[in-house]
Ligand binder design. Structure first.
Ligand SMILES: Nc1ncnc2c1ncn2[C@@H]1O[C@H](COP(=O)(O)OP(=O)(O)OP(=O)(O)O)[C@@H](O)[C@H]1O
Length: 261
């Protein structure tokens, strides 16, 4: 099956987002169209304030679009309600920059992973604990530490627990917004390797937002380059990195890549 014939899981269709602020309207996202196919990782890069996080929230349905629509598995997020919306949301999860913020501080590591299972009525009390222990093991957190609290772990370990928590509901889409930028460089590499391995093993689709172009080059199948709320260039990773067409992409890449003869 060719890449282009893989089923599109999520499709942002000409989406815009305008925030009203006391200083006037801010057009954070301006007419973005972007698809993510099943099993594919799409990297989103661009300078600070270019609209990457806002686009991520629109794709997740965490904020409504000002115009345009987001289709998840052909369903328009803005028209799905109630139980159907809950079921749909289960299929998409987000990994944030700050792992501590996405964990419940008064719950142990294992309780943090159990919680989404409990909320969605998955399994029995004992099977949920066993499943949570298994998930923690998957991300490299030993059962031995499962009953410790988030503050007792390092930032990298907290991000692992946060990832185990997002995997508990077996999502089809993972949206990662700068998932390693708050971590030490050596830990960043471990978390990225883990994400890449999980994505391959579980066949997850992934939107991967990062300032780190080298990381995006390694992880993404396709890359979208954002500037001032728009996608200025999009294509297969090798094409974007080897032969960028848009002047903004060229400038972004030249800032990090050594100039070769
Ligand atoms: N809730 C909000 N209210 C008002 N303006 C906002 C809001 N959220 C984002 N913005 C503005 O929208 C624009 C895009 O922000 P966004 O966070 O999406 O960019 P980004 O590319 O993710 O930036 P960074 O890389 O720094 O996280 C910025 O000008 C930002 O100030």
């Amino acid at each position: 099956m060719s890449d282009s014939s893989r089923h599109v899981l999520v499709h942002a269709d000409d989406v815009t987002k305008t925030f009203s602020t006391p200083a006037g309207d801010v057009q954070a996202v301006r007419g973005v169209t972007l698809s993510v196919r099943r099993g594919e990782t799409v990297g989103v890069v661009g300078e600070s304030g270019s609209g990457k996080s806002t686009l991520a929230r629109l794709i997740m349905g965490l904020q409504p679009c000002t115009s345009g629509r987001v289709l998840f598995d052909d369903q328009d997020l803005s028209t799905v309600k109630g139980g159907d919306l809950r079921r749909l949301r289960r299929r998409m999860q987000m990994v944030f920059q700050n792992p501590f913020g996405s964990l419940l501080p008064h719950y142990s590591a294992v309780a943090n992973v159990i919680e989404p299972l409990r909320l969605h009525g998955i399994g029995s009390k004992s099977s949920r604990r066993a499943r949570a222990i298994e998930l923690l093991d998957t991300v490299g957190v030993s059962e031995h530490f499962a009953d410790l609290y988030p503050t007792q772990f390092s930032g990298g370990q907290q991000q692992r627990i946060a990832i185990a928590r997002t995997l508990a509901l077996e999502p089809e889409l993972l949206v990662c917004d700068e998932p390693t930028s708050s971590l030490d460089v050596s830990i960043q590499a471990q978390i990225l390797a883990l994400l890449a391995e999980l994505q391959q093993r579980l066949g997850l689709s992934c939107v991967f937002i990062s300032h780190n172009l080298a990381v995006v080059q390694r992880l993404a199948d396709r890359v979208a380059v954002m500037s001032h709320g728009k996608v200025v260039e999009e294509g297969p990773t090798a094409q974007i990195f080897d032969a960028p067409q848009d002047p903004y992409t060229q400038q972004l890449l030249s800032a990090v890549l050594p100039v070769t003869a």
